[in-house]
Structures are given as C-alpha cells and as structure tokens.
Design a protein. Structure first.
Length: 355
C-alpha cells in the first residue's frame, strides 16, 4: 500500500474542515466536504501538488455552507459523490452503505450514519486509521437533530454501530469544529464525549439533543437549496475562472499569469513594475511599455493607474509583485495578476526587453 498525502483545510466563515487525500504513487485524489468559496484555493493546492482529483465527496447535504462540488467539477473534471438517498440533483456517484471509492491503491469505505440528516455518511480509510464523520460525530459533540430529517434515536445508533465499532486508535475527523479542535479518536470520544460517551444511554443522548436550543444555521435558506443541486447555482456560473486572462490561482491566494501570454498581449495591458529604478534599468531590463512605480511608492501613486484596465504587476522574481497584487485588489482593481516568476522568468524565456 502506497503512502498517503493528507491535508486538513479550513473555512473560517463556516468553521468547515475540508480534507484532501491522495495516493502518493498514482497522485489520484479525493476531496471531502468542500466549500464553494474555497474552490479556487482547493484546486490550486491540487494543481501545485500534481494531483488528479477523482471525486469530491460530501458527507451530507450541508445547511451551513454551499458545497464546492460543482465548481470543482468544472475546474478539475472530478465526479460528485453523495448519498443516493439525499436525492440531490447532479450526483455522478450516488452512494449507498458499503460502497468503496478508490483512488490509486487507496480507498474509502462509505458507512451510512443517518440521524443528523437521512443522507449522512461517514468515510473510513482502507487501513481503519481515519474516519471522516461529517456532522454525525463531532469532537466532544454530535450533529444536531432538530431539522433536515434529524432524529436523535437514529443518530445514537449510527454512532454506536458504525463509528464506535472502529478500532480505538482510529482518528476522527469531523466536518466542523467551532473551537479550533482538529482531530480526535474513537477511544477519546467513547470515553469523553459528553453527549454519547462513557455509559450514556440512548435516553440520555436523546434528552441532551432535544434540549440544545440552538438557532438555525445562518445560511440554511441559501445552502440547502444550493446543495440539493450539488452547489450548481447562479453564483457558481458567475464565479468561474476570470476571462480577461488565462490566470492561475496559487495556493498563496494570488492570481498569476505566464510571461508568454503577457508578451503577446502587452499592448492591451497596464503593466506595473514595482522594482527600484536601478533594477528597472539594470541587467534584467524591463518589459517594454511598463510603468515603473517602486513598491514603497505604490499606495501613494494608485491614482495614476486605471482601475478598469487589466493590470499585471512585475518584479524581479514575483515576490514583491505579489504584494503589489494584494494592494491593488484591496484598492478596488478587479483585473489584476502577478507575472509568474518575474523578470527572471521573462528573461529565461528570452522575451522582449525595453530600452
């Protein structure tokens, strides 16, 4: 069995954990519980690690955020996997209890764990070392059961029969945590979970769950309808990759564009070189037609630039210009990108240099 690539990602707004798992040899990957707003972040990480995303998997139809499944399908060609019982529109792989999702030599087993919703599933890694429990079992908690077909009796049996029967050392990774906790284990939750751990009975659990008194999730009226379409919404159509340039979104959160495209379109672009004057006229030269505004002076000279124009920031290697991109975006520039690799890359590709 080949080694596993594993990343735990976080969405601050919804306190959602997204999990990337990949087979190190084949580079085939799956992504569990994606978030719409983080789709470009996730696709950038997948690209930078050289992975092929086979499946986006949702543990259930979420009520607190919109899934990124459809968006990631458009970005990467992945398939959408979700419980068949959810009856969501757009599922490519409708899952039932016992199904197996393969990625390279590794796989996940789907276990039906209803109770939070009818369609909740937990996913167990092939070696029984990890389980991704969605909202069924949380760290020292459990998913609420007061809406979306919730049933505390059903959830109690799901946790006891499908999760607590895993090895004690199996690590638990939930879909959410609101206190910053990242991971637990079957043994820990069996002993310390105040809702269902230790000797707590089904009656104890049901009484606890029926008296939580929580407000409904803030995004429920938007999230549930969107997730019943696997995240395919009007907003998703508008949020596809920018069309003004073939941009590459990096895991650092910066849009980049390659030098050869800039060279071919430089007459249509506002190119801002943020190096010092000595560098601009130095050995690496500069892009013909570029504007020299050293980074320390950029904030004071923003009014000299056209906010509506497609803008590319340039420096020696791409580090300072990445800062410039962030500054320009905060100032309201909507079409802005970093020159990938800076003037070093430009020269390596033997592109034109200004006099």
């Amino acid at each position: 069995m080949t080694s596993l690539i594993f990343r735990q990602l976080h969405d601050l707004r919804s306190s959602t954990y997204t999990y990337l798992l990949a087979d190190a040899a084949s580079r085939e990957a799956v992504l569990i519980d994606s978030v719409f707003e983080q789709s470009r972040r996730d696709s950038a990480l997948i690209r930078e690690l050289g992975l092929k995303l086979l499946y986006t998997i949702d543990t259930h139809v979420h009520a607190d955020h919109v899934t990124g499944a459809w968006m990631l399908k458009t970005l990467t060609g992945s398939k959408i996997a979700l419980a068949a019982i959810s009856q969501a529109e757009g599922i490519d792989v409708p899952l039932v209890d016992g199904d197996r999702l393969n990625f390279g030599t590794r796989h996940l087993h789907a276990r039906a764990t209803p109770g939070h919703t009818d369609g909740c599933m937990s996913f167990v890694l092939d070696d029984l070392g990890m389980v991704f429990t969605g909202d069924a079992l949380l760290i020292r908690g459990a998913g609420r059961t007061d809406f979306q077909q919730g049933n505390a009796h059903t959830l109690f049996r799901s946790i006891k029969e499908q999760i607590f029967t895993l090895p004690d050392e199996c690590l638990i990774y939930p879909a959410h945590d609101y206190r910053g906790l990242t991971c637990s284990s079957v043994a820990e939750e069996k002993e310390f979970n105040p809702r269902i751990g230790a000797a707590r009975s089904e009656r104890d659990f049901v009484g606890y769950m029926e008296n939580l008194g929580l407000p409904h999730p803030k995004q429920i009226d938007v999230a549930v309808p969107a997730n019943m379409r696997c995240g395919h919404t009007e907003l998703a159509d508008k949020a596809r990759e920018p069309e003004w340039a073939p941009l590459r979104y990096t895991y650092a959160g910066i849009n980049e564009v390659d030098p050869d495209w800039v060279a071919d379109h430089r007459q249509e672009l506002q190119i801002v070189d943020v190096r010092e004057t000595s560098e601009y006229t130095g050995i690496l030269g500069h892009i013909p037609g570029s504007n020299l505004i050293p980074l320390p002076q950029l904030s004071a000279q923003l009014q000299t630039l056209d906010k509506a124009a497609p803008t590319v920031a340039v420096c020696r290697s791409g580090a300072r210009s990445a800062q410039a991109v962030t500054m320009l975006e905060k100032a309201g520039f909507e079409k802005v990108a970093n020159l990938a690799g800076g003037m070093i890359n430009w020269n390596n590709q033997r592109l034109p240099i200004g006099s």
